[in-house]
Write a protein that binds this ligand. Structure first.
Ligand SMILES: Nc1nc2c(ncn2[C@@H]2O[C@H](COP(=O)(O)OP(=O)(O)OP(=O)(O)O)[C@@H](O)[C@H]2O)c(=O)[nH]1
Ligand SMILES: [Zn+2]
Length: 370
């Protein structure tokens, strides 16, 4: 028995922890023996279930959630989650609660840095409203001059990138400082060096693989599966398979706010029309001579097309839907046609979005989807 930790219970204080992985109905919880910024990474983990009461009230438990644990069984490292503390932030793709920041990783070469692709990812990251840190990797492959060119170009976009080389371990210390004591989600396209960077940040590979249960092992590339890994200097890091194909699913009216250049203009002036989409409207403060304005126009058309498609064809895509019963059994049922004149509930709209953009498989489903 671990007396050091049980003391917390004897003192009548709650046993608190952070959920670092979720699979089916099990939650791996890192106990809070101190705060996130502690230098000692001697955290204890419990494999927990969720109290029936939480299921009944529909309280979901997400990775990143701060939870209260009851009846810890120290011998078998088990427990039960009895309460989920209020979330600071909540992200759907990847599903992470209380994340502080997105660390968007791109490479300056191999593959070549494509401003259009970078912008797609930036928009996706901006739309989360989390703090955004842009990290440019593989700086060992370019000259000082090219480095400066990128820095200056990105400054005009409104970003101050952290330049690193995971291979030559340059700039890693700067990132360590930044990530300390916070929950960060790593995102970026394939091949830019995310894994190499994570290996630098968390050199002890055993920290990256769930030790509690074989079921919690890494490597399931579904948008639903996400895991938090402990940084040796304190803080938690999540890889984000669900963040790798950004779609322009935001409200067209919101899009301009996700471009720092446009945001600045909107903060300094007012368009004549309240519903200005900053295309050809008279007296628009956003339209103008800034590098990414053309991207804005292009992304806007995509966002409009996406919203239109969502309104027109939510039910025609599939004539069946997956229904998960209270017993946990899943079965396909015919979809009912949505009556054109019936207003769809917000909850329904929300679910449609998720259905279209999650690649979850039947065995990923749990009772949260009832
Ligand atoms: N020159 C150079 N190569 C790097 C650097 N970082 C990573 N690489 C190489 O880039 C390739 C891709 O690196 P990964 O870490 O697998 O990239 P990733 O982003 O995790 O890729 P996915 O797993 O496909 O998402 C590997 O061959 C790495 O050796 C760097 O700083 N400099
Ligand atoms: Zn405008």
């Amino acid at each position: 028995m671990n007396y050091a930790t049980t003391n917390q219970q004897e003192n009548n204080t709650e046993l608190l922890g952070t959920v670092t992985a979720v699979q089916a109905n099990f939650y791996r919880v890192r106990l809070a023996n101190g705060n996130l910024s502690t230098k000692e990474s001697s955290f204890q983990y419990l494999l927990c279930t969720r109290r029936t009461r939480l299921k009944k009230i529909g309280q979901k438990v997400m990775v990143g959630d701060r939870v209260v644990i009851e009846e810890p069984d120290w011998q078998d490292a088990r427990g039960a989650i009895s309460q989920v503390l209020p979330r600071k932030t909540e992200l759907q793709r990847p599903p992470v609660a209380n994340a502080d920041r997105i660390l968007l990783v791109f490479a300056v070469a191999e593959p070549a840095l494509d401003p259009w692709q970078l912008s797609r990812f930036l928009i996706e990251a901006e739309s989360t409203n989390l703090e955004l840190c842009l990290c440019l990797n593989k700086c060992d492959l370019i000259t000082e001059e090219v480095r400066k060119q990128w820095q200056s170009r990105l400054k005009d976009w409104g970003y101050k990138p952290v330049l690193i080389s995971a291979k030559q371990q340059q700039g890693i210390e700067q990132l360590f400082q930044l990530l300390q004591g916070t929950i960060t989600i790593v995102a970026g396209p394939s091949g830019v060096g995310k894994s190499s960077l994570i290996n630098q940040l968390i050199p002890d590979a055993s920290l990256r693989v769930g030790e509690v249960s074989g079921k919690l092992q890494r490597g399931r590339h579904t948008t639903r599966h996400v895991e938090l890994f402990e940084l040796p200097g304190g803080g938690l890091l999540a890889d984000s398979p669900g963040f790798n194909q950004p779609d322009l699913t935001c409200e067209p009216m919101q899009l301009a706010w996700y471009f720092p250049e446009a945001r600045e203009r909107l903060q300094q002036g007012i368009c004549q029309f309240g519903d200005c989409l900053h295309r050809d409207e008279p007296n628009c403060v956003v339209r103008g001579d800034w590098e990414r304005y053309e991207y804005y126009r292009e992304f806007l058309e995509k966002a409009i097309a996406y919203q239109k498609n969502l309104q027109d064809t939510p039910d025609e895509e599939s004539h069946t839907k997956l229904k998960v019963k209270r017993s946990g059994k899943a079965q396909y049922e015919p979809r009912l046609a949505t009556k054109k004149y019936r207003r769809r509930s917000r909850r329904h709209k929300h679910q449609s979005l998720q259905d279209i953009y999650s690649d979850r498989s039947v065995d990923d489903l749990d009772e949260d989807f009832i």
